[in-house]
Ligand binder design. Structure first.
Ligand code: NAD
Ligand code: TYD
Length: 336
């Protein structure tokens, strides 16, 4: 039995991962430790919460006593570290919590994983560690790390630390670096859900700079299928890029969202650019495709429509986020 400590499992990708895995497999036990920051939401885990092989613990990955206690109580034999402060704009406004959670928190997990001799430690990273591309080329696993934002630099630091634990102590580390995700349950500060919700309210859609920054989009379920493949079969000490080869300039996505909601493009508002805004990301995922036989299943054109539909039918989910209702409830239940 794999007893996996999944960190940050109440966030967007982690909750989709847990729901996906527990729907498809009963040979794993998941212990989800999540601090329930503004981005964590237990509502996301409704499909999993009553399963006997799922446990939730509210806690901070920086708390080494708690992490040690969980390793020993649940006999943890593997870790998937999704927990992070994940939003670039927030990291520009205040970087400290990013280094705290993303670097120190990862160090606490690596130290515990070393002491408890886990079979596998999967560090969930991002293509943003590679920095920014010009008009051509794609990131491979050999592209040098060159992060530009406090967020991406904290993720790059965590990657290097994880690899150092592999080289120095033989910790069985693997790393995934995925491109921009979209899909259900994404916190409405990120481009796609923010634009959908603003459009539904006839509010302005703030496009940074000239709107021509390019991101390489992947549906969250495809990302999580890849995480599962790397967790099961990835070579220890390896790095795997994950992407679906679906590059889009931001402005095209914004227009597509407006058109599909029947809203006017006059809602678009070009605003001041993000400081240090990376121009283009594009991922070469041929390594995971050939080595682990993974391929994305979802095409952007179809999955974006599914995603817009999800936000239309799950108004209740994001209205409670926007009003701060979940956050007040968790603070009442668990304290600040
Ligand atoms: P998210 O912000 O939606 O969720 C992060 C989760 O981590 C939240 O539930 C939050 O409560 C929890 N958390 C934060 N600090 C914590 C702490 N100190 N201790 C315990 N839990 C804590 O993020 P996401 O978009 O789901 O991203 C998950 C991971 O995937 C991150 O590591 C991120 O860097 C990586 N990633 C994200 C994307 C993307 O497009 N969103 C792309 C590539 C990689
Ligand atoms: P985001 O979803 O924050 O992801 P990341 O910065 O990690 O790639 O942003 C995606 C792109 O959309 C990025 O180029 C910044 C841009 N953007 C806007 O133009 N307006 C917005 O309000 C937001 C949140 C992002």
């Amino acid at each position: 039995m794999k007893r996996i400590l999944v960190t940050g499992g109440a966030g967007f990708i982690g909750s989709n991962f847990i729901n996906y895995i527990l729907e498809n497999r009963d040979d794993v036990e998941i212990i989800n430790v999540d601090k329930l920051t503004y981005a964590g939401n237990l509502e996301n885990l409704k499909p999993s919460e009553d399963k006997s092989n799922y446990h939730f613990v509210r806690g901070d990955i920086c708390n080494h006593e708690l992490i040690d206690y969980l390793f020993s109580k649940y006999k943890i034999n593997s870790v998937i570290n999704f927990a992070a402060e994940s939003h670039v704009d927030r990291s520009i406004l205040g970087s400290e919590i990013f280094y705290q959670t993303n670097v120190i928190g990862t160090n606490v997990l690596l130290e515990a994983a070393k002491r408890f001799e886990v079979e596998r430690f999967l560090q969930i990273s991002t293509d943003e560690v590679y920095g920014s591309l010009g008009a051509t080329g794609r990131f491979t696993e050999h592209t040098p790390l060159s992060p530009n934002s406090p967020y991406s630099s904290s993720k790059a630091a965590a990657d290097m630390m994880a690899m150092a634990f592999h080289h120095t102590y033989g910790l069985p580390v693997v790393i995934t670096r995925c491109s921009n995700n979209y899909g259900p349950l994404q916190f409405p500060e990120k481009l796609i859900p923010l634009m959908i919700i603003n459009a539904m309210h006839d509010k302005k859609l703030p496009v940074y700079g000239d709107g021509m920054n390019v991101r390489d989009w992947i549906y969250v379920i495809d990302h999580n299928r890849a995480v599962e493949a790397v967790f099961e079969k990835g070579k220890i000490g390896g790095v795997y890029n994950i992407g679906a080869d679906q590059e889009m300039p931001n402005i095209e996505i914004v227009k597509l969202i407006l058109n599909s909601l029947g809203k006017s493009e006059s809602l678009i508002e070009y605003v001041k650019d993000r400081p240090g805004h990376d121009r283009r990301y594009a991922i070469d995922s041929s390594k995971i495709e050939t080595e682990l036989d993974w391929k994305p299943k979802y095409k952007f054109d179809e999955a974006i429509v599914k995603t817009i539909e999800w936000y239309k039918t799950n108004k209740n989910w994001w209205e409670k986020i926007i009003s701060g209702e979940y956050q007040k409830y968790y603070e009442k239940q668990y304290g600040k």
